[in-house]
Design a binder for this molecule. Structure first.
Ligand SMILES: Nc1nc2c(ncn2[C@@H]2O[C@H](COP(=O)(O)OP(=O)(O)OP(=O)(O)O)[C@@H](O)[C@H]2O)c(=O)[nH]1
Ligand SMILES: [Mg+2]
Length: 359
């Protein structure tokens, strides 16, 4: 997971830092360089004296007399002299490498622009010290990426109504049915009872696939025949759940492209009839910007509450996870990380930053 992007980010940050270090030194206090050495010395001495006084007074106030350390202040000053600024022009050329790395790894353009703007604010025309330039660039990148994610939540905290209805939507083969079963497994582990609505009445063997999961988990499946109205199945499942006091109804829907008007109309009907408490878009991490665009359009058409990013285990790039929340303004609830029933991870921003080598 994320291995490509992690390597690329590291390379880009290292290379930017190297280039930056090699640049000719531009002292922060430029006018000082122009002045004769003697005058410069005098000015510095004066500044040191002034600062010393300031510090001493402060320490006196705080009653920390024994911590007066002239050395500390001098060190600070020398750091100041060896710090440098980076111009906007220079930043553009230094950023291009990182930009390429992000682009190659499926990070959306809009997101790259946002990262660039954030890093510009942090790094352009700001005194930067040579010693830890890598850390400063990394920190700036980390803060910017960290800002991209919408606040996630735990479904369990939202289940204040019985039955709690969850509908899974997305394009063909994105992992809806598998991840629906994983969510049921998660709910069961937390003592919640579930029922499945086999509302994919379209794809051959879709009902059987759901029944296999149901059997393994001990979850009842409400089904009609193939070709029947999927909204009617959802209605029946909810009625059954009400009658039997079941905690959650999980509705499996057939895969559809957001551009298919008939199938989107059918989905709107399922949503209208079942009135889900949570509509989850299941998108494949490996499809990059396509998944981001699909999520955006599904959200516009039917209204989504969250995202499960499936197949993260086979996505070495990682750009989708970084882009999808920012572009759709939706939280990622879970990451699908395998085909097994337990291969579902609650979304964790810090873990992603760690996997990107930024923590
Ligand atoms: N590696 C990996 N495979 C996954 C993951 N989630 C689902 N899959 C696999 O993706 C394939 C499609 O999964 P389904 O759950 O059937 O997808 P779907 O969206 O329900 O498909 P349709 O109903 O045909 O639209 C299956 O082989 C799953 O095992 C995941 O997180 N990681
Ligand atoms: Mg399915």
């Amino acid at each position: 997971m994320f291995s490509f992007l992690k390597d690329k980010i590291k390379k880009a940050v290292d290379s930017v830092s190297e280039k930056f270090k090699k640049e000719e030194e531009i002292p922060v206090v430029e006018e000082i360089k122009e002045k004769p050495k003697k005058k410069l010395k005098e000015e510095l001495k004066k500044k040191i004296e002034e600062k010393k006084k300031e510090i001493q007074e402060e320490i006196k106030r705080e009653n920390l007399q024994d911590e007066i350390q002239e050395k500390g202040f001098l060190k600070k000053l020398s750091e100041k002299i060896t710090t440098r600024k980076i111009s906007e022009e220079k930043f553009e050329s230094l950023f291009s490498e990182l930009e390429m790395a992000l682009l190659e790894n499926n990070v959306a353009l809009e997101v790259i622009d946002k990262i660039k703007e954030d890093m510009k604010i942090d790094l352009v025309d700001t005194p930067l010290s040579r010693g830890n330039i890598e850390d400063q660039i990394k920190n700036s990148l980390k803060n910017s990426i960290s800002d991209l994610f919408e606040k996630s939540f735990d479904i369990l905290d939202k289940m204040n109504k019985k039955p709690y209805v969850i509908c899974f939507v997305g394009i063909n083969g994105s992992g809806k049915t598998t991840n629906l079963a994983k969510v049921a497994n998660y709910l069961q582990k937390n003592k919640k009872t579930c029922i499945f609505s086999a509302s994919d009445t379209f794809r051959a063997a879709a009902i059987q696939q759901l029944e296999i999961h149901g059997k393994k988990l001990g979850v009842k499946v409400i089904k009609h025949n193939y070709g029947s109205d999927p909204a009617a199945v959802a209605y029946d499942a909810i009625e059954y759940a009400k009658k039997h006091k079941i905690d959650a109804v999980l509705i499996d829907t057939s895969g559809r492209l957001h551009s298919n008007e008939n199938l989107m109309a059918e989905l709107k009907k399922i949503i209208r009839i079942s009135n889900p408490d949570l509509t989850i878009f299941v998108g494949e991490a490996i499809t990059g910007n396509d998944a981001v665009e699909q999520a955006k359009t599904f959200n516009e058409q039917i209204g989504l509450d969250g995202i499960i990013l499936s197949k993260q285990d086979i996505d070495e790039k990682g750009g989708t996870a970084i882009s999808i929340g920012y572009i759709t303004k939706l939280p990622i609830l879970f990451i699908g990380c395998g085909q097994g029933i337990d291969d579902l991870e609650a979304f964790n921003k810090d873990k992603i930053l760690q996997q990107l080598g930024l923590e």
